[in-house]
Design a protein around this ligand. Structure first.
Ligand code: ASP
Ligand code: MG
Length: 420
C-alpha cells in the first residue's frame, strides 16, 4: 500500500460541484489501495477577494492580521472536501495547518516551513481516514497563524509528502501538465512528459506559473516524485518531475518562460569600495524584499563609482518606496532610477551544460527581431534577458521556434519512465 499526497488548486475546488469532483479523484486513488493526504487551496479567487476586502478597510494592514484573514480560505475548502468525501461513504477528516503539525519560522506572509510533526496525520491514516489538510498555512511561536506566500499550497503538499515519506505528490490544477512554454502565447507549446527538478525549479522561478518554486525545491530535497496533472482529466498522467540523473537530454533547452511581474531598480553612482553592496542588500533584506537579477557595472568613470541594478517583484514596490531615501543616504548614491517597462524572458535546460553557443543564439534571435536587451543573467541551466514589455510576445514566439519548443519535443528519458 502506498502513500500519496494530492494537492488541489483553487480552480479545482472553485464551487461545490468541483469539490464533489475532487472527492471522486481522492477516492479513486484510495481505491487503488493507497493512503491519501489531500491538500487544498482556497476556492477559486477567494484569496484575491480576501485581499481586496482588506484593502477596502486599510492600505496598511498588519501582516499578522493578513495571515489570519487569508488562512480562512483554505479552511473553507478543506471542510467542504471532507464533507463531500464523507457523503460518498468514505472516512475523511480535515485539519488546519497547525493541527497538521506544520511549523514555520516566525514571520508572516511568506513564512518558510521549519518542520512538520506528522503524528496526528499518521494516526488518522492508520485509522483508515483520508486526511484533508489546509494548504498555504502553518503556525509559529505562540501558536500564531502564518501563511507561506501566494501559491504556497504546493509547498504544503510537497513538504507533507517529505515528512510522511510519501511515494508521490500529485499536484492537480486546471492545466494538464508542464509545457515547454506558455500555451496561451505559443499555441503549439508541447506538454512535457517528464522534466527534472532542476529545470522545473528554474522554470518556476522565472515565471512559469504551474508550480510554486519552493515546492520543487522541497521535492528535490526529499527526492519525492511529483506529477502535475489536471483534476478535470483524471486519466491523463500529466508531467512527471524527477531527478536529473534519470534523464538524458537531447535538446539544450527544455522550457521557456516570461515574467512581467518585476521591475528594475538602478542605484546610480555607488562608491566603488567594500561594503556598499552589502549595505544596499541588507536594507532590502531587512524589509523582506527579495531580489532577483543583480548587476554591478564596471567602475570606469573618474568618480570611481558603479551603478548597481537589480530587479524586485512589483508586489514589493510600495515597501521599496519606504526605504528609498534610507538607501540613498546609506551609500551616498546620486539617484535611484526605476524602470517598470520590463519583462524577463528566460530559457531553461539542463542540456545547456557543456553546450556552448546557447547564449549567443538567444541574443541573436532577439537581435534579429530588433529587440534590445536591457539586462542579462545566467545560471548553469538558465539564461534570462530583460526586454521591453511590448516585445514579450514576439520574443517568446521567436525563441520557442528557434529552440524547437513548439514542435514535437521532449526531453528524452533513459529507458522506461518509472511507473508511478
Ligand atoms: N490560496 C493561496 C493563494 O491563492 C494559496 C494557494 O492557492 O496555493 O495564493
Ligand atoms: Mg492558488
Amino acid at each position: 500500500m502506498g502513500l500519496i499526497v494530492q494537492k488541489f488548486g483553487g480552480t479545482s475546488v472553485a464551487d461545490s460541484e468541483k469539490i464533489k469532483n475532487v472527492a471522486k479523484a481522492v477516492i479513486k486513488e484510495k481505491l487503488n489501495g493507497n493512503k491519501i493526504v489531500a491538500v487544498v487551496s482556497a476556492m477559486g479567487h477567494t484569496t484575491d477577494n480576501l485581499i481586496k476586502l482588506s484593502k477596502e478597510i486599510t492600505h496598511r494592514p498588519q501582516d499578522r492580521e493578513m495571515d489570519m484573514l487569508m488562512s480562512t480560505g483554505e479552511i473553507v475548502s478543506m471542510s467542504l472536501l471532507a464533507m463531500a468525501i464523507n457523503e460518498l461513504g468514505f472516512k475523511a477528516i480535515s485539519l488546519t495547518g497547525q493541527q497538521a503539525g506544520i511549523r514555520t519560522e516566525n514571520s508572516h506572509l511568506k513564512a518558510r516551513i521549519l518542520n512538520i510533526d506528522p503524528k496526528r496525520i499518521k494516526k488518522h491514516l492508520n485509522d483508515d481516514y483520508i486526511v484533508i489538510v489546509a494548504g498555504f498555512q502553518g503556525y509559529c511561536d505562540d501558536n500564531e497563524i502564518t501563511t507561506l506566500g501566494r501559491g504556497g499550497s504546493d509547498t504544503t503538499a510537497v513538504a507533507l509528502a517529505g515528512a510522511l515519506k510519501a511515494d508521490r505528490c500529485d499536484i492537480y490544477s486546471d492545466v494538464e501538465g508542464v509545457y515547454t512554454t506558455d500555451p496561451r502565447i505559443v499555441k503549439t507549446a508541447q506538454k512535457l512528459e517528464v522534466i527534472s527538478y532542476e529545470e522545473m525549479l528554474e522554470l518556476a522561478r522565472v515565471g512559469a506559473n504551474v508550480l510554486h518554486p519552493r515546492s520543487v525545491e522541497t521535492a528535490k530535497l526529499y527526492q519525492i516524485p511529483m506529477r502535475v496533472r489536471s483534476s478535470f482529466k483524471l486519466e491523463d498522467l500529466g508531467t512527471l518531475i524527477i531527478g536529473v540523473e534519470e534523464m538524458e537530454f537531447s535538446r539544450p533547452v527544455t522550457g521557456l518562460a516570461s515574467d512581467s511581474s518585476q521591475l528594475r531598480i538602478v542605484i546610480c553612482d555607488v562608491k566603488d569600495r567594500p561594503g556598499n553592496a552589502g549595505k544596499i542588500f541588507d536594507i532590502l533584506a531587512n524589509k523582506n524584499i527579495s531580489v532577483d537579477m543583480i548587476i554591478q557595472s564596471y567602475a570606469r568613470n573618474q568618480k570611481n563609482t558603479n551603478d548597481i541594478a537589480f530587479t524586485i517583484s512589483t508586489e514589493d514596490f510600495s515597501k521599496f518606496e519606504e526605504i528609498k531615501e534610507e538607501l540613498i543616504n546609506a551609500i551616498s548614491a546620486s539617484d535611484i532610477f526605476i524602470d517598470e517597462d520590463i519583462v524577463k524572458v528566460s530559457i531553461v535546460g539542463a542540456g545547456m551544460i557543456d553546450r556552448p553557443g546557447i547564449a549567443a543564439k538567444m541574443f541573436n534571435i532577439l537581435a534579429q527581431k530588433e529587440i534590445n536587451i536591457k539586462m542579462i543573467s545566467t545560471s548553469e541551466i538558465k539564461i534570462s534577458c530583460l526586454i521591453e514589455k511590448k516585445h514579450a510576445q514576439t520574443a517568446v514566439n521567436a525563441l520557442a521556434e528557434a529552440f524547437e519548443l513548439d514542435g514535437s519535443t521532449i526531453a528524452d528519458v533513459k529507458g522506461d519512465l518509472p511507473s508511478l
